[in-house]
Every structure is written in C-alpha cells, then in structure tokens.
Design a protein around this ligand. Structure first.
Ligand SMILES: *Cc1c(COP(=O)(O)O)cnc(C)c1O
Length: 367
C-alpha cells in the first residue's frame, strides 16, 4: 500500500503506546476442545431461542435504552431496588463505564496481581495510573494493602482470575470499612462460589458488584453483564453509557435465561461437581492446584521427571494445542508462568484432557 499522498494520522501518544487486550484464542471450527476462556460447556436454556425468535419482528425499533425489564428481573433476583442495577454489553462494557466515570490521570486504578488483565488496558485508555497489590504464592488477600492503596477505584475479582480463589464477605467488608475509593468486586464467577458480596450493598455505598451472563449462563456470545451499586453510582454510570448499549436480542435472551433459574442451578451444580473431581485428580498427581470457587482450575503441571515451572507449563500448553486442546497460559508474570488455567467442561471433556496429559507425561519429548 502506498502512503505517499497522505500521512497516517497519529492518535494520542498514550494510545499510540498501548497494546490491545489479548483475549483467549477463539479458533474457527468445532473440532477444538476449548478449555481456555471459561465458557459454559452446556447448551443454553431452550427458552432463550424462543425469546430471541419472537423479538426478531421488533428489530426495526431501537431497544429499550435502560434494558428496563431485565433491570427489574436482576433487581428481583438479588433483592435490590431496580435503581441499583445497570445492564451492559457484557460486563466488560460495565467495567469500561466504571473506569471512565471514576478514574483519570489524577485518580488511579487499583487491582490485584495476578488479576484480570483487561483492567490495566481500560485504565491505560483513560490515562489512569495502575496500582497493583501483589499477591504471594498463597494468594491470601491483604485487605489493608487494598484499603490503603490510594486507588480511586479498585477492582477486586472474586473468585479471582486466573487463580479461582474466592474471598469471603467478611474480607470484603473489612476493605470497605477503610477504603476511601470505589471498590468494584468483579463477580464474573460468583455463581460458582460459596458466597458473594451482594448483602453488603445496603451497608456500603462505596461498593459496586459486576456480574455476567457469559460464564454461569453460557451466554458469552450474547454479550450481557450488569452492575449492582448504590442508586447514586448507577445514576452516574447511566450518564456515561451508550444510550442503546444492549441490543434487543440480547435483552430478550438474557431475560429468558434469568427466568429459567432452575435450568442454570443444575448446570452450575454439575460444573462444580466436575471441578471438584478434576481438582482431586490433579492433587492426586501432586500438581499444586488452588482450591477453586469458579468454573476453572489453576494448576502447576509436573512432568515425568517431577519438574515444575514456566518451561514445563508452556511445554504442556503447546503439546495440548497441537492436539487441538486449548487451555490458557499466562507467561507474563512469575506468579502465573508455571501454571495453566483450565476451564471446567463436561466430564467427558475433562477425561479427554486427562488422556492427553497422560500421553504427555508418558511419551512426550520433554526438554
Ligand atoms: C469473563 C470475565 C469478564 C467479562 O465478562 P463479559 O460479560 O463476557 O464481558 C469480566 N471479568 C472477569 C474476571 C472475567 O473473567
């Protein structure tokens, strides 16, 4: 391509300097065993298809700007006021709104390390400095460090990604008691956990909780998430969002999913059961694995010589990928580089994975 006539326009320097978020690989074709992005292995509730089909004829009309019926259903489910809920185009949309409204170059963004790698990207777009609270290998939550991080907005993922470690309501309350900024508890995986922070909303106006339909409700492709917070915070976020941020089909589909809680309760139970079985298998093999309250496990692979570490984890990652099995490898930090994050699929999928792991241990050329 010739660029002799016009110069390529320069974006703002902080945008020119940034790297985009790298999502987990989404390969074409159905012949992959996909255990890399924590999607739900079970089919959506049949009610979703019906709801979306009957919405098709209304596509010429703009969607409800506030996703009103869905807000109401979410509020009823969590026993909060509809004024305490806002729906987004995936919870990533909601995280983006929170960053845009509560951070800038003078108002920093806090997060745990390891944590969800989208937060620093969103902060970078906003020119907000990032303050990371480093975890140790034990992944214990240092509530005082978070409370005194000086962040204007702190993102606490619970259960955390990529470790799966869940934090208790008491620990979160301890942070809220002392923290001067807005604490966002990203509960993308809370449906798989023993407890959540929702009961704290009434007591702490500096708490926001984000949720998604992507993992527990198997609707990653529909893009629906939401945030629960004090009405004052929701009102601020309503100013910042696109006026039609959730399309008609997504609103209708998510509402139908929410109306079929019994269906999802069973799926979540099944996934948790599979997770616990797989956890025991890994521990029996002497692979250090964090106890998980999410739909994935973070495990430290051990090769036939008993070795662990970044090379071993990456070797297994590549071995599996050649066999069309995708898991997630986070090589960027010493806390994560020796591990693989494995989404919990069906029992059958986990058995296929275990067979591949066995053949890696028995036959693979391990350098
Ligand atoms: C998957 C995930 C999200 C994004 O959810 P979407 O609703 O699909 O945008 C947010 N936070 C964490 C920690 C996640 O793992």
């Amino acid at each position: 391509m010739s660029r002799t006539h016009k110069n390529v326009p320069q974006a703002l320097p902080h945008i020119e300097a940034m790297a985009p978020y790298t999502p987990g690989e989404q390969p074409d074709g159905d012949d992959w065993l996909k255990l890399n992005t924590n999607e739900n292995p079970y089919p959506p509730s049949p009610r979703i298809g019906e709801a979306i089909a009957s919405e098709l004829q209304r596509l010429p009309l703009y969607p409800g700007p506030k996703s009103e019926p869905l807000r109401q259903a979410i509020a009823d489910f969590h026993r909060v006021d509809p004024a305490q809920a806002l729906v987004g185009n995936g919870s990533d949309d909601v995280l983006n709104l929170l960053i845009r409204a509560f951070s800038d170059s003078g108002a920093s963004v806090g997060m745990l390390e390891p944590g969800y790698s989208l937060y620093p990207i969103l902060a970078g777009i906003q020119k907000a400095p990032v303050r990371k609270v480093l975890c140790g290998r034990d992944m214990l939550l240092e509530t005082g460090k978070i409370a005194h991080s000086g962040a204007a907005i702190f993102f606490l993922t619970s259960p955390n990604a990529p470790t799966g470690v869940g934090y208790s309501r008491g620990q979160i309350a301890a942070i809220l008691e002392e923290f001067g900024g807005l604490l966002v508890v990203d509960e993308a995986y809370a449906a798989f956990a023993r407890e959540d922070a929702v009961p704290l909303l009434g007591k702490y106006p500096n708490l926001a909780i984000t949720r998604t339909f992507s993992k527990s409700h198997g609707l990653a492709g529909l893009r629906v998430g939401y945030v629960l917070a004090a009405p004052e915070v929701i009102e601020i976020l309503d100013r910042v969002r696109d006026s039609y941020n959730v399309n008609r089909l997504s609103q209708a589909g998510a509402l139908a999913a929410f109306g079929d809680q019994e269906y999802y309760r069973k799926i979540i139970e099944k996934i948790n059961f599979t997770r616990e079985c797989f956890y025991r298998v890994l521990r029996d093999r002497n692979w250090f694995t964090y106890p998980s309250q999410a739909n994935f496990l973070f495990t430290e692979p051990r090769n036939s010589r008993g070795e662990t570490g970044a090379e071993v984890a990456e070797n297994l990652f590549k071995y599996l990928r050649k066999r069309k099995i995708l898991v997630r490898y986070f090589g960027g930090s010493s806390l994560t580089a020796g591990f693989l994050r494995i989404s919990v699929g069906t029992d059958k999928q986990m058995n296929l994975l275990l067979e591949a792991i066995d053949s890696w241990i028995n036959h693979a050329q391990q350098k």
